[in-house]
Write a protein that binds this ligand. Structure first.
Ligand SMILES: C[S@@+](CC[C@H](N)C(=O)[O-])C[C@H]1O[C@@H](n2cnc3c(N)ncnc32)[C@H](O)[C@@H]1O
Length: 263
């Protein structure tokens, strides 16, 4: 049975409680920016706050079922550099729902960080399901590992440490194409086009590739922004729009998600 997060009046207690758990495993640097707190929720992913009020977003969060173990991970990550990379609770809940709806047995994630989205997927998988988790940052993975363990899903997770492009190519060689049900892309943006092609090869017809950060904090529509990452996301969005290998929908959840069902 899923244990839900404590009501919001208890959230600040969790922040204090988790602090000591962070320091021994932490990255040793303090985050430059602080996460915002909305309705007692520590908000790591703040992109949507530009577009909707704190009040409305707080309402969404208050209606998001976040198991306690995920709430703890969110609080711990809030104290680490890069906390804003973590997917938001409502995105995590959506991903878990999609995994359940599709009856996913084999999933792959490109970009684990401290493990929030991987945990949402792993917890939604059946007991014999498998999530292959690709990440190059050992320190971030050490946090993820603790939470996979805490949630009792370690047996479902296969870690692949290293650069995602070569790992994806190895997996295609080892397991063949059309061998996964679900892929989530959330690593370095400059390589998104490469990850999309490899993920599309890996998933079976009817399987799903989810691309994260497709709105990139609004930068995709800012003509002043010309960095590699933003250009790569723009190029991929244009490509997916015309790609007749997939049926797609772009959601304005969190930083923007494109769902691509392989035809
Ligand atoms: C946006 S974060 C992932 C957030 C994660 N999905 C979550 O829910 O917390 C991106 C991660 O991709 C990893 N990454 C970046 N480039 C990579 C590469 N070339 N190969 C593997 N991992 C990479 C980073 O170390 C970082 O942890």
């Amino acid at each position: 049975m899923v244990r839900l997060a404590a009501p919001r009046r208890c959230q600040s207690l969790r922040v204090v409680f988790c602090t000591s758990a962070v320091s021994p495993q932490g990255h040793g640097r303090k985050p430059k920016r602080e996460p915002k707190v909305v309705n007692g929720w520590t908000v790591n992913k703040q992109t949507m706050l530009k577009h909707i009020s704190d009040e409305l977003y707080g309402y969404v969060l208050d209606h998001t079922r976040e198991p306690e173990v995920l709430a703890e991970l969110r609080e711990e990550t809030a104290r680490l550099p890069g906390f804003q990379m973590q997917v938001s609770p409502e995105q995590g809940q959506l991903m878990g729902l999609l995994v359940q709806l599709m009856g996913v047995k084999k999933a792959i994630e490109v970009g684990v960080f401290t493990g929030y989205s991987s945990l949402c997927v792993a917890m939604a998988l059946p007991p014999d399901g498998k999530l292959v988790a690709l990440e190059r940052d050992e320190k971030a993975l050490s946090v993820a590992r603790r939470y996979w363990d805490k949630a009792g899903v370690t047996h479902k997770v296969v870690e692949r440490v290293g650069k995602a492009e070569s790992t994806l190519q190895s997996i295609i060689k080892e397991e063949g194409g059309n061998s996964y049900d679900f892929a989530f892309i959330d690593a370095d943006k400059a390589n998104y086009g490469v990850y999309y092609e490899l993920a599309l090869e890996l998933v079976r017809p009817g399987g799903l590739v989810i691309v994260d950060n497709v709105l990139f904090n609004g930068k995709v529509v800012d003509p002043e922004v010309k960095d590699r990452g933003t250009n790569a996301i723009r190029a991929l969005n244009d490509k997916i729009f015309k790609d007749d290998r997939v049926f797609t929908a772009t959601l304005t959840v969190a930083d923007g998600l494109t769902l691509c069902r392989k035809l």
